[in-house]
Design a protein around this ligand. Structure first.
Ligand code: SF4
Length: 395
């Protein structure tokens, strides 16, 4: 359909697919799968009276099961796959750059935020080769669910419905992009927001506060702390650094927490020592700040090797699909704390150590950037400068 959900802050009218989701859940012909983004569990509880910063992962899984989802999986699993592909791309470009290849494009930009991707396609189409070609976790999840997992459970892809629960309004138009469809069938059928899920739970008379905890289903529910921190500004690049460092140096990280990459300042930078190789990393959240970094690159003045950009203030924890609040920064800091402390508690905190991800590569994809991985997990960007868009100054 026509994409109207272009505003990541949720100020414009949203496409609400809740009705379509209810219809799919009620139709016994379909196997319906949920994937939930990391920022959702850090904010959903707010809609049910929990204090800000309460992580409600286990209850959220139970609520989705009660709503009738056949499988409840974790987008964090796919975030780990995004890191496998993106860190391989970073190391590949960096190695070629160090060998003196002048055709290589650096810095590499993260590309998991669809509002940000759209911003580049509209405003900086001359730089569309710079972002990582790795699909976002939402889209990697859909692609793997409708290929690898569909084959595993013996269900044809057209009988599988994938629903994503996202903190984000922009994710709705991401799943409508033609690149993410196979013969017209979208890899992710419907994307609904944290607020829309809260409403679905309420209208279904599920007493959220009384729910027991459940675990995500397997195998696409296994995740790491690295996948989880995708939800906050700085988290994607920290997750990529954990994996790229170990793959590049062949050494184990003693210190997994990269505090230099954390925080809430609008533009941050840090140099991470890859065993003698200084890797310069930039981070920006908010498109106005991102624009500054892009203009530096265009002018040939950027010193960075890798940059993480998120459109929303704070990253996805501040997404347009999250419960609304007035006192924003303190809320974002609480949600950020919820995410980092859950990462601390995770048994596995690096994407390349996720056993289910290792298995998908062994059984199905081969290795990051393999031909099959390129086909299923990567994408292209387009010049959309002639299309009508809203002024980014409003974002
Ligand atoms: Fe969506 Fe996250 Fe991007 Fe905001 S930062 S537009 S929530 S992907």
């Amino acid at each position: 359909g026509q994409c109207v959900a272009v505003c990541p802050t949720g100020a414009l009218s949203e496409m609400d697919y809740s009705k379509e989701v209810i219809k799919a859940l009620a139709n016994p012909e379909y196997t319906v799968i949920a994937q939930t983004a990391p920022a959702v569990r850090a904010a959903l509880g707010e809609s049910f009276g929990y204090p800000v910063g309460t992580s409600v992962t286990g209850q959220m899984v139970t609520a989705l099961k009660d709503l009738g989802f056949d499988y409840v999986f974790d987008t964090d699993f796919a975030a780990d796959m995004t890191i496998m592909e993106e860190s391989a791309e970073l190391l590949e470009r960096l190695t070629r750059h160090l060998e003196g290849d002048k055709t290589v494009k650096l810095p590499i930009l993260t590309s998991c935020c669809p509002a940000w991707v759209r911003f580049i396609e509209h405003n900086f189409p001359d730089m569309k080769e710079i972002p990582s070609t790795s699909r976002s976790p939402q889209q990697m999840f859909g692609s793997i669910a409708k290929s690898y997992f569909a084959e595993k459970i013996g269900v044809p892809r057209e009988k599988l419905i994938v629903v994503s629960i996202m903190p984000c309004v922009a994710k709705k138009f991401e799943c409508e992009r033609d690149e993410f469809k196979v013969n017209g069938d979208p890899d992710v059928n419907f994307s609904i927001t944290t607020r829309e899920l809260a409403r679905l739970i309420k209208i279904s008379n599920i007493d959220f506060k009384e729910l027991a905890s459940s675990e995500f289903d397997q195998p696409l529910g296994e995740s790491t702390g690295a996948g989880l921190i995708f939800g906050t500004t700085g988290g994607v690049i920290e997750a990529a650094t954990r994996t790229a460092y170990e793959h590049h140096t062949g050494k184990k990280l003693d210190q997994i927490d990269f505090h230099a990459l954390r925080g809430m300042e609008a533009i941050r930078s840090a140099t991470v020592d890859f065993d003698g190789l200084p890797v310069k990393i930039g981070i920006a959240h908010g498109l106005g700040h991102a624009r500054k970094l892009l203009e530096e690159i265009r002018a040939g003045k950027s010193e960075y090797h890798a940059i993480e950009i998120m459109s929303c203030p704070g990253g996805c924890i501040g997404g347009g699909g999250q419960p609304f609040h007035h006192n924003k920064t303190s809320i974002l800091l609480e949600r950020q704390k919820a995410i980092y402390s859950e990462d601390q508690r995770m048994k596995i905190r690096k994407s390349h150590e996720n056993p289910s991800v290792i298995k998908v590569y062994e059984e199905y994809l081969g290795h990051p950037l393999s031909e099959k991985a390129e086909k299923l997990l990567h994408t292209l960007y387009f010049d959309r400068s002639s299309q009508v868009t809203i002024d980014d100054s409003e974002l």
